[in-house]
Write a protein that binds this ligand. Structure first.
Ligand code: AR6
Length: 167
């Protein structure tokens, strides 16, 4: 079955999908942006599991309960902090998408929603991030038919426009 890629403009915490992805930090300690929104809406069980996991290196992904959220699980991935582009930011960002999708497949999941990882507090240029996100997800889906639906949750107008142009 072929997979679909959708762009949606909602708060990711409201989505009823198998997994929502969190743009976390290395210490998995919560923060602002989408991370803050997920912990706030999901409740303290998510942080309890994050504490047990400890550290997640940039580009890697880990999974926890979704607490009170409608999604089944939260996949936490740590995007790169933008540092000019020659610090392996692109490879790390691509790994975030790949490793999150692989975790979802390992769990038997078929639907997953991504925020625009690294494009907020971590300052990754939005157009470059969108290109890498789309390219990486499409390549993964070409080699893997377990995922039915991937949602790119575009919270701001600029990301929404970029994703609509690029997909
Ligand atoms: N639903 C969907 N997308 C959202 C939401 C939401 N509720 N809230 C924000 N976004 P950011 P980063 C978008 O800053 O750049 C945290 O403190 C937002 O508009 O959340 O990877 C972590 O703890 C932007 O497009 O993540 C880390 O320390 C995108 O989500 C750090 O920020 C990502 O922005 C990670 O920074």
């Amino acid at each position: 079955m072929s997979s679909l890629i959708d762009i949606i403009e909602k708060d990711i915490t409201q989505l009823q999908v198998d997994a929502i992805v969190n743009a976390a930090n290395r210490q998995l300690m919560g923060g602002g942006g989408v991370d803050g929104a997920i912990h706030k809406a999901g409740g303290p069980e998510i942080m309890e599991e994050c504490r047990k996991i400890g550290i997640c290196e940039p580009g890697e992904a880990v999974i926890t309960t979704a607490g009170q959220l409608p999604a089944k699980k939260v996949i936490h991935t740590v995007g790169p902090v933008w540092n000019g582009g020659d610090q392996q930011e692109e490879e790390q960002l691509a790994s975030c998408y790949k490793n999150s999708l692989q975790l979802a497949v390992n769990e038997g999941f078929t639907t997953i929603a991504f925020p625009n990882i690294s494009t907020g507090i971590y300052n990754y240029p939005k157009e470059r991030a969108a290109e890498t996100a789309i390219k990486t997800v499409k390549a993964f889906l070409r080699q893997n038919d377990h995922i039915d639906e991937v949602y790119f949750v575009c919270f701001d107008e600029e990301n929404k426009r970029l994703y609509q142009e690029l997909i």
